[in-house]
Design a protein around this ligand. Structure first.
Ligand SMILES: Cc1cc2nc3c(=O)[nH]c(=O)nc-3n(C[C@H](O)[C@H](O)[C@H](O)COP(=O)(O)OP(=O)(O)OC[C@H]3O[C@@H](n4cnc5c(N)ncnc54)[C@H](O)[C@@H]3O)c2cc1C
Length: 220
């Protein structure tokens, strides 16, 4: 059940990508969160009341991953947030969740900070030791994929998680990976910028996928 409450920022961490930061926070009221869901953050900047959505990054619902969008009002404000700041939120929201029971074959794809809900899902799956085979793909700027170290560690600690990284400037290898992965008809979950998510959706449909065989989260 969504609630309205506040969260208190505990740290604002730089990453190897100068456009991405991790905001960690103390949750002051969020309940009944399911991995893959998002919060709606509300902030007044000048005369303007902004409301924006951010996917939860961790299974404990205590962090978000922010992409500094060019000219972006909320993302710039979040980038400069200091520990101790309280932010209003509503949530959790969204249907970007694993089906129950969890399918035996999963394909999880994150484009840039779209890896945030994917990381959350994967962390949860690993903690619960759910028996399923997971192909995880990240697409982003090579060498600085968001959450790369954490995703590598999760896959190295597991015999069932396979982690793949792709350069967003050269998508042919990703397309080949996708075609190969889809031969096993995994349940597919794709998150990130709209154009990318739509292109994968088109591929899924081409391969005969119906709406209940995949989930999407479009970041704008
Ligand atoms: C369900 C959902 C989950 C999301 N989760 C995350 C998340 O985990 N991390 C995250 O960083 N963002 C996430 N977003 C995007 C986020 O809600 C904001 O849209 C983003 O932070 C930009 O807001 P802004 O106020 O900074 O930019 P605005 O002031 O709204 O826009 C400034 C300019 O940037 C363009 N723009 C808006 N959003 C994006 C974008 N995502 N990428 C590129 N250009 C954009 C606009 O068209 C406009 O031209 C999510 C969006 C949705 C709908």
């Amino acid at each position: 059940m969504p609630v309205r409450s506040q969260l208190e920022i505990t740290s604002c961490e730089a990453t190897s990508d100068p456009h991405v930061k991790i905001l960690r926070f103390r949750n002051l009221g969020l309940k009944d969160f399911e991995p893959g869901q998002w919060l709606s953050l509300k902030q007044t900047i000048g005369e303007q009341e902004l409301v924006r959505s951010y996917s939860l990054l961790t299974k404990d619902a205590d962090a978000i991953c922010i992409d500094l969008v060019d000219g972006g009002l909320m993302s710039s404000m979040l980038f400069d947030t200091q520990p101790g700041t309280r932010l209003d939120f509503a949530g959790p929201f969204g249907a970007f969740r694993l089906p129950k029971p969890v399918p035996r074959e999963l394909l999880l794809v994150g484009y840039y900070t779209g890896i945030s809900p994917i990381h959350c899902l994967l962390e949860d799956l690993a903690a619960k030791d759910i028996a399923c085979s997971v192909q995880v793909a990240t697409v982003g700027p090579p060498g600085i994929w968001p959450m790369d170290r954490e995703l590598k560690a999760l896959s190295q600690a597991s015999t069932t998680i396979q982690y793949h990284r792709f350069d967003w400037n050269e998508l042919t290898p990703f397309e080949s990976f996708l075609d190969e992965a889809l031969t096993k008809q995994p349940f597919a979950m794709i998150a990130g910028r709209t154009a990318f998510v739509k292109s994968v959706q088109k591929r899924l449909k081409h391969c005969g996928y119906t709406r209940n065989q995949f989930a999407m989260e479009r970041f704008g």
